[in-house]
Design a binder for this molecule. Structure first.
Ligand code: ZN
Length: 95
């Protein structure tokens, strides 16, 4: 039983090390992080698709990053955060 666990741990470590190698195919990359860091929650969307090139709530340009979007009356709006979207929706006339 102990041998099985040892073998399992060895295989697991092997898989982990292999997957680590795959995620870093070129270890000689520049150590400096890129200046334009994009958070995981940022959505990559063509700015031209939006009704306004800016976050209509806070005025921030959508090119700086879009965290949330909403479609109102067939028009697409982008927002820097979901709170901006909520504020935008709060001011929309309700049917
Ligand atoms: Zn905003």
């Amino acid at each position: 039983m102990n041998n099985f666990l040892k073998h399992f741990a060895y295989v697991a470590a092997l898989i982990i090390s292999v997957s680590c190698n795959q995620s870093k195919p070129t270890p000689e990359q520049k150590p400096i992080p890129q200046p334009t860091q994009v958070s995981a929650s940022t959505i990559k969307v063509d700015i031209n698709l939006f009704a306004s090139p800016n976050d209509t709530t806070c005025g921030m340009p959508l090119s700086a990053g879009i965290a949330d979007t909403v479609t109102v009356k067939g028009k697409l709006y982008g927002f820097c955060s979901s709170s901006c979207k909520e504020e935008f929706l709060a001011y929309q006339p309700k049917k």
